[in-house]
Design a protein around this ligand. Sequence first.
Ligand SMILES: *[C@@H]1O[C@H](CO)[C@@H](O)[C@H](O)[C@H]1NC(C)=O
Ligand SMILES: *[C@@H]1O[C@H](CO)[C@@H](O)[C@H](O)[C@H]1NC(C)=O
Ligand SMILES: *[C@@H]1O[C@H](CO)[C@@H](O)[C@H](O)[C@H]1NC(C)=O
Length: 233
Amino acid sequence: MVSFSRIALAAAAITGAAALPTNATDTEGLGLLVGRAGTPSSEGNHGGYFYSWWTDNAAQATYTNLNGGQYSLSWSGNNGNLVGGKGWNPGTASRNINYSGTYQPNGNSYLAIYGWTRNPLIEYYVVESYGSYNPSSAAQKKGTVNCNGANYDILETTRTNQPSIDGTKTFQQFWSVRNPKKQPGGQISGSVNFSCHVTAWRNVGMNLGSSHYYQIVATEGYKSSGSATITVS
Ligand SMILES: *[C@@H]1O[C@H](CO)[C@@H](O)[C@H](O)[C@H]1NC(C)=O
Ligand SMILES: *[C@@H]1O[C@H](CO)[C@@H](O)[C@H](O)[C@H]1NC(C)=O
Ligand SMILES: *[C@@H]1O[C@H](CO)[C@@H](O)[C@H](O)[C@H]1NC(C)=O
């Protein structure tokens, strides 16, 4: 979902400023916009965890780092794309990840373990809950797996010449999508044994890279509104 909007932004940058938000400035020529309402994109360490917050600045979005592994996010405007959360940098292929809090999307949104590897470059999601849009519908199904007592669909997509943590690249996206999803709309919590997913992915030929970048419990919104307060441990 991040990448869909990044494509749209790149297209906007190419075709002219008309599609850009009124106060946006394309500072880097790749759709990285600044100067818009809300919390500017950033990443770093907070409360003993790594956090990453990215917004294309098209929504009104507020991301707040709270104590320890907690963060909150609210967004509105039914426009643009944003993703943020707390976790670790580097990620690992073996971490047991817990999350709890509230997740209240209105429209297209995910609550997911989200991260990247390099060598090769892979963007991955373990989607625990989502709003109106099931990401499985846009990816090729490779299998299923039972982890932490729940069923997940395993999917893969190729991203061709798309923005990434290393600039514009061609890379794979790996997905586990909980089926059925955890119900959004209020309290939510869970545990994700990430190595269960990594093993299942490997068994269908989906191998993560050897070098992990960040690994967070992310809330993502795409042309939607909503709020989340999540504690990661
Ligand atoms: C653009 O920025 C100015 C100055 O900060 C503000 O007054 C105005 O409301 C903004 N316009 C939009 C459409 O966000
Ligand atoms: C996590 O999953 C792996 C691989 O399926 C399994 O070997 C391990 O026992 C699991 N760990 C926990 C804590 O459930
Ligand atoms: C994660 O949750 C499991 C199951 O509730 C618990 O056994 C474990 O101690 C928790 N780990 C952390 C780091 O919070």
